[in-house]
Design a binder for this molecule. Structure first.
Ligand code: IMP
Length: 205
């Protein structure tokens, strides 16, 4: 029997990414909406792991209420800039206000790093993926992608803080990389692949 995975997101880009990564597995992957779950979740944790766990637990409870037997996955991610004491961190989406454009958020981060040399511009994207299995077990995987904050925006792929996030290995921003290359290197790609291994193990035993 096919296993159902519900990914607790409304983001089409994240759905595409998880479908690509889970390809080849005998699973059906549904977004929250496709699973008929529309709930407000208060992400009031203090770490990426906690917030991913809060989302996964809330959606797992909603799925159980609807009599669904599914693995629920949820992610929480963000950018940590070392020079800014790891800001914006878990507040990455809310930094300067949820509705503020990334052009403005990115310009603000660049201006807060004015005069700071490249070796002190270290930063990372962090992603935590939480899973709640139908037997109640929960697992969290965390992964990062290390880089530097650039001096200006570059590239038009990706989203969010990608135009200012330089990946030293490629010498360009993650917004200047083709999406499959970014997925290979990204915090979310790595965390999802680690979770894939856990799920594969779980559904074959
Ligand atoms: P989440 O969807 O609640 O996990 O919020 C994550 C936020 O972190 C996004 O809105 C972006 O601001 C930022 N972020 C996370 N991953 C990436 C990435 O791969 N590129 C650019 N920004 C990212």
């Amino acid at each position: 029997m096919k296993t159902t995975i519900i990914f607790a997101t409304g983001n089409a880009g994240k759905m595409r990414e998880i479908r690509m990564i889970m390809e080849g597995m005998n699973v059906e992957i549904l977004s929250m909406k496709e699973a008929g779950i529309e709930i407000e979740i208060c992400e009031d944790g203090t770490t990426f792991e906690e917030n991913a766990g809060i989302k996964a637990a809330a959606v797992a409870a909603a799925a159980a209420e609807r009599g669904m037997k599914a693995i629920v996955l949820a992610d929480d991610s963000g950018l940590e800039v070392d020079y800014l004491n790891k800001e914006p961190g878990i507040y990455s989406a809310r930094y300067m206000g949820e509705d503020t454009s990334y052009r403005i958020k990115n310009a603000n981060i660049i201006s807060r790093l004015e005069g700071v040399p490249m070796e002190q511009r270290t930063a990372r994207f962090v992603c935590a993926i939480a899973a709640v299995f139908p037997d109640g077990e929960s697992v969290v995987k965390r992964a990062t992608m290390e880089g530097r904050i650039g001096y200006e925006e570059e590239g038009s792929n990706g989203f969010g803080y990608d135009p200012i996030f330089i990946l030293p290995k490629y010498g360009c921003s993650t917004a200047a990389l083709p999406p499959d290359v970014k997925n290979e290197e990204s915090h979310r790609g790595k965390a999802l692949r680690a979770m894939k291994a856990v799920i594969e193990e779980k559904i074959t035993v």
